[in-house]
Write a protein that binds this ligand. Structure first.
Ligand code: AMP
Length: 284
């Protein structure tokens, strides 16, 4: 696996691959790789000829009081894991390489970022869309892989690709969970063993909610109340939001297939997110 740090070098290498007729797959990440990331790399390696993984902790998607400085970093471990999963090239640019002295141009989407995480993390999706658009222009992949774990991000990126006419396909990846059901996240390393135990209420409450919906409950507020009651029992939990939305990220009063049950909860000082798409398999 090649490791490159500059846009110029990356473009030269990819030009050769494209000339050889290779289909390029792209997996953007912030590193501290876990099985969730690796499953996206494997998906890319299986369906494309050449897989590019980026590791870039994107400063412009972090709020002022968020964890940019302490975000976990492990380039050596990450390159080993990425190579094992089938990545051909690791792109690890510096903030200067990606952002220079600061950008004047941003991708600023309307409406979809106004609910869920976007409503709680001001400017977050502006930072995400801008950096992902830059990566798409730099890598020019045929397919790009995004996890359903960050469900609002997935819908926003799909909308951006559609509206800005990026010539590529967005491929979603299923949420990968630990054996006890917790959605894998680079931020899980912040959790103490007791907090990890409390954090299981996220997936357990989503599962209960999915079962309740299967039994015929349709009123969003009743489902949200049930989740709320389960979560507030945990000492270390503080709810950021519990919502049921449609694919435009709008709250819905009555649930239906394809609706998204999404939540964000602080466990101690660690903010975790999880979700379930109504009608999809309950596999946690
Ligand atoms: P991040 O490094 O957190 O920015 O995530 C990079 C990519 O990995 C995003 O597309 C995430 O949605 C995806 N991802 C993160 N955690 C998981 C998970 N547990 N299962 C599947 N995909 C994930």
């Amino acid at each position: 696996m090649r490791i490159v740090h500059t846009i110029k070098e990356l473009r030269e290498l990819l030009k050769e691959q494209r000339r050889a007729g290779k289909r390029i797959g792209f997996v953007p990440t912030m590193g501290a790789l876990h099985e969730g990331h690796l499953s996206l790399i494997r998906q890319s390696a299986e369906s494309c000829d050449y897989t590019v993984l980026s590791i870039f902790i994107n400063p412009i998607q972090f709020g002022e009081n968020e964890d940019l400085d302490k975000y976990p970093r492990d380039l050596e471990g990450d390159s080993r894991k990425a190579e094992g999963a089938g990545a051909d090239l690791l792109f690890h640019p510096s903030p200067e390489e990606m952002l220079g002295g600061g950008l004047l141009t941003y991708v600023d989407m309307k409406r979809l970022p106004d609910n869920l995480c976007g409503a709680k993390r001001e400017g977050h999706f502006r930072g995400v869309c801008t950096i992902v658009a830059k990566f798409f222009n730099i890598v020019a992949p045929d397919r790009a892989f995004f996890g359903k774990k960050d469900i609002q991000q997935l819908y926003i990126i799909k909308k951006m690709v559609d509206e800005l006419n990026f010539d590529l396909e967005i491929v979603p990846g299923e949420i990968v969970r630990s054996e006890d059901g917790l959605a894998l996240s680079s931020r899980n390393v912040y959790l103490s063993p007791e907090e990890h135990n409390d954090a299981l209420v996220l997936n357990r409450s989503l599962k209960e909610a999915a079962l309740l919906i299967e039994k015929g409950e349709k009123t969003s507020q009743n489902i949200i109340n049930m989740i709320n009651e389960m979560i507030i029992e945990k000492k270390s939990a503080r709810i950021d939001y519990i919502k049921i939305v449609n694919s435009d990220m709008e709250d819905v009063e009555i649930v239906s297939k394809g609706g998204i049950l999404a939540l964000a909860v602080f466990i101690g000082s660690t903010r975790l997110i999880d979700n379930h798409i109504i009608g999809e398999e309950i596999c946690f």
